[in-house]
Design a protein around this ligand. Sequence first.
Ligand SMILES: *Cc1c(COP(=O)(O)O)cnc(C)c1O
Length: 422
Amino acid sequence: MKIETQCLHEGYSPKNGEPRVMPIVQSTTYVYESTDDVAAVFDDPTKGLIYSRFANPTTDVVEKKIAALEGGAAAMCTSSGQAASLLSILNICEAGDSFIASASIYGGTINLFGYTLKKMGIECIFVDHDATEEQLNAAFKDNTKAVFGETLANPALTVLDIELWAKVAHAHGVPLIIDNTFATPILCKPIEWGADIVVHSTSKYMDGHALQVGGVIVDSGKFDWTNGKFPSMTEPDESYHGLVYTEKYPAAPYITKARMQLMRDFGCYPAANSSFLLNLGLETLAVRMKQYCENALKVAEYIKSTGKAEFVTYPALPGSAGHELAKKYLPDGTSGVISFSIKGGRPAAVKFMDSLKLASNEVHVADIRTCVLHPASATHRQLSDEQLVAAGIDGGLIRLSVGLENVDDIIADLKQGFSAVG
Ligand SMILES: *Cc1c(COP(=O)(O)O)cnc(C)c1O
């Protein structure tokens, strides 16, 4: 099946007389005829459902669909993108270990990796997203267990050289984890470029309608965990009567461990209702992504043509930062998100944004409706002007998430915003 078809049909194929749409299975638990039957699913939870803290039929449909879209072996949904990033690391690293992450990633992930995981004894070594092979190699330590980056970073819109990062990770015997939230599998499939694990905040384009927060982890099933660096995969799990994940579940040991151990213990699983809504978003993901890209390219070209921006970052736009890597990894477009710095700095940015009528001012991106954010007043508010410069965020910077309205209406709104600034 091609990806547009997968969006609609993967994960659920009703049999004779069954509902066309996978119902919302609103139940915490599942009934068995005998104690032996219950014992059997405890021995092998892939054989039946136990409890909705770690598996649910409605969510299962979404997991199968996303695994197929990413070209992975299996997936597990989480209650947020943050939970997906957290579990993706905790499934591999424990106190005393380290991992490498691109410095150009989502701010929430930087807090999680740089501060919270540190308190748990796991060190994150940040490196530039455009580090050379030598610089990447130099960042490794003996205890480094994984490498993490974002395909198209939020909010910097840098494009990661996934193939290079995978090559270096594999040379050190560790997996590459890619956050593919902004690109979605419609625009880039990191597993095809060598990534081993893919995570998403499904709250963004996958849901697409600003309805619910969620996340997912996808296991490519391709990484070899038996190289001696990952005893938690290859040695008996005492918390699961001595189970060895790589032996019992060779097709996708990573995601099986994440579910049977971490999801069992942490319980950050989505509600069936949320998965039902996420599935609706996924059904139209392919058509929506194409339209976001088409609209955003026109809007980026328009902003550039006004001469009222110091710079426009939209990697699909010739001349933009990241354009060369985008041609390789994101040939069909670079999502709906644009960032640009308006001439006149902070006062101009505030005037411009307050003048917009169609685009709403909110802390969200990747919505079906056009929205804008002023990082210097919102997500990066605590920083001084000097710190803002160091973080690459000037007072005039605006993050614009182009939606699916008619592009002429979006441009007309921006036009009146620019004239209000004068
Ligand atoms: C929003 C976001 C997250 C966090 O996801 P939540 O669903 O908000 O928890 C992680 N990574 C990226 C790239 C994001 O944009």
